[in-house]
Design a protein around this ligand. Structure first.
Ligand code: GDP
Ligand code: MG
Length: 193
């Protein structure tokens, strides 16, 4: 499990710019098996499709250039690291932004996503935190249980962004993380005005 080290430092693209780029903490939420760790590994650039290395939580650190501006993302895949309520509460508190993942092949994970959205709203009441609802496993066409329309309608109700991804095909994963960075920047800019 060499490539599964909790610090995927191989994939860190270090920047030598004088201006220290902003580090954004992004937390993955969602039911078991929806593809959180797979998305995190694609993001982190860990090529180990065959290995199951997510029995422990992982954090990925990567810089990303969006709209010609550099940012660093610390991606936390720790939601299921243990079953303690304490950790879940920490997760709800620590993020600058959240990725709520469900699987388009699993209706119950879609329902769980709604619950998580409500929990998050409760935990961070007065804050306007960027959230992206992600329907993963879009490649599994024949076992789809949640339509694109259902997903995007849900995002409208929840007042968050929406994207469908396939971690397996690496489809839309880059767009997902660029979207997160743009959302965080937008909120920050409107706060500073
Ligand atoms: P987690 O429990 O949310 O961290 O989910 P995992 O990342 O461990 O993924 C659970 C299972 O779904 C694994 O067998 C993955 O290979 C598979 N999986 C994850 N993302 C996709 C995807 O986009 N498409 C398909 N077909 N399978 C996926
Ligand atoms: Mg996992």
């Amino acid at each position: 499990r060499g490539s599964c080290a909790s610090d995927s430092s191989d994939s860190v693209i270090s920047t030598s710019s004088e201006t220290e780029s902003q580090v954004y903490k992004v937390v993955l939420l969602g039911s078991t098996g929806v593809g959180k760790s797979s998305l995190a590994r694609v993001f982190g650039g860990v090529e180990d499709a065959g290995h199951d290395c997510d029995e422990a939580g992982n954090t990925y650190d990567r810089s990303i250039v969006v709209d010609e501006e550099d940012s660093s993302i610390l991606l936390y895949d720790i939601w299921e690291q243990d079953n303690s309520q304490w950790l879940k509460e920490q997760c709800m508190k620590m993020g600058d932004a959240y990725i709520i993942v469900y699987s388009v092949t699993d209706k119950s994970s879609f329902e769980k996503a709604s619950e998580l959205r409500i929990q998050l709203r409760r935990a961070r009441q007065s804050e306007n935190i960027p959230i992206i609802l992600v329907g993963n496993k879009s490649d599994l066409v024949r076992s789809r249980e949640v339509s694109v329309d259902e997903g995007s309608a849900c995002a409208v109700v929840f007042d968050c962004k929406f994207i469908e991804t396939s971690a397996s095909l690496h489809h839309n994963v880059q767009d997902l993380f660029e979207g997160i960075v743009r959302q965080i920047r937008l909120r920050k800019d409107s706060k500073e005005e």
